[in-house]
Design a protein around this ligand. Structure first.
Ligand code: CP
Length: 323
């Protein structure tokens, strides 16, 4: 991986999907997050002074909301938060009009929404950075924290084998796979045919790994996907907004629960990951998620460090920061 490549600029960019950034840009964000994580908080409190972040959430959130708010506050900036009916992309006015208006008030905009396309329209019209805090297609901020956590645990991402077990077509799976494969990991999905990524999407993932050696495979047999894995990752069976499919998902995904038995097929050094919130007794069990090899709360903490790096990189030219 090109760690010595001159760092390409991230200043002023949007972050709607992991693929908005290349491997070098992702690595720069990870190194910056690692630097900020160990740096004293006192040294950070003027980095985004006089900057305002708008956070517009159409869906509930604990981690994303609080980690962005704390990140921005610790960097010395201000945050305003609107949720539910106060802000719905494209409902009271076009996404373009809302984006142009908000760009006159604030320095960056974080949006959690339903469909991805109105978010893309919003970002195209905005003149300040727009960050996707979860859409139907992607959860790139989660993926940044995920690869930060994996790098923290293993030192390197390239060459690792990551098993993603469950709904392999959801936004968390997609963004994790895009980030991990871009950085050289192999991602093995374990899922029933109803929740399997399309062949064209698997080919797109393979193409992302062309330079790094990363690749994607999908297995109907969970043991085949998990055997020898370094990381076993799962998520809730029914994503927000998909509640009408809950009964079908429960039935189809039951054989893909990450139990102690299934986790036992991974390497003895393997870690368990979950973006949270989790449902013990469904996609996993307490013995795994609360067990000694679970890193789910490191992941949750790393949301804040990764998003600090993202905010700094999009809002400044990183002058004086030695990464
Ligand atoms: N993982 C995640 O995005 O958590 P929240 O929905 O609580 O923000």
């Amino acid at each position: 991986m090109g760690e010595s490549t001159p760092a390409p600029a991230l200043f002023g960019r949007h972050f709607l999907e992991v693929t908005d950034f290349n491997a070098e840009q992702l690595m720069r964000l990870l190194r910056l997050a690692e630097y900020l994580k160990v740096q004293g908080r006192g040294e950070q409190r003027t980095l985004l002074r006089d900057r305002t972040l708008a956070m517009l959430f159409e869906k509930p959130s604990l981690r994303t909301r609080v980690s962005f708010e704390v990140a921005m506050t610790q960097l010395g900036g201000d945050v305003l938060f609107a949720q539910g009916q106060e802000f719905m992309v494209g409902t009271r006015e076009t996404p373009e009009d809302a984006a142009r208006t908000l760009s006159r008030y604030v320095d960056a905009i974080v949006i959690r929404t339903h469909e991805h396309e109105p978010l893309q329209r919003f970002a195209r019209a905005a003149s300040v950075p727009v960050i996707n805090a979860l859409s139907s297609r992607a959860h790139p901020c989660q993926a940044l924290a995920d690869v930060l956590t994996i790098r923290e645990k293993f030192g390197e991402i390239a060459g690792l084998r990551i098993a993603y077990v469950g709904d392999a077509r959801n936004n968390v799976a997609a963004s994790l796979a895009e980030a991990a494969i871009t950085l050289g990991a192999t991602v093995q999905f374990a899922c029933p045919p109803t929740h399997r990524p399309s062949e064209s999407y698997l080919a797109k993932l393979d193409a992302l790994g062309e330079r790094s050696g990363g690749s994607a495979r999908a297995f109907a047999n969970a043991v085949r996907a998990v055997r020898g894995a370094d990381v076993v990752y799962t998520d809730v069976w029914t994503s927000m907004g998909e509640e009408r499919y809950r009964e079908r998902n429960d039935a189809m995904l039951r054989p893909y629960a990450v139990t102690e038995e299934l986790f036992g097929y991974a390497r003895p050094t393997a870690v368990f990951m979950h973006c949270l919130p989790a449902h013990r007794g469904e996609e996993t069990v307490a013995a795994v998620i609360d067990g000694p090899r679970s890193v789910v709360f490191d992941q949750a903490e790393n949301r804040m460090h990764a998003q600090k790096a993202l905010l700094l990189a999009l809002l400044t030219e990183l002058k004086g920061i030695p990464v």
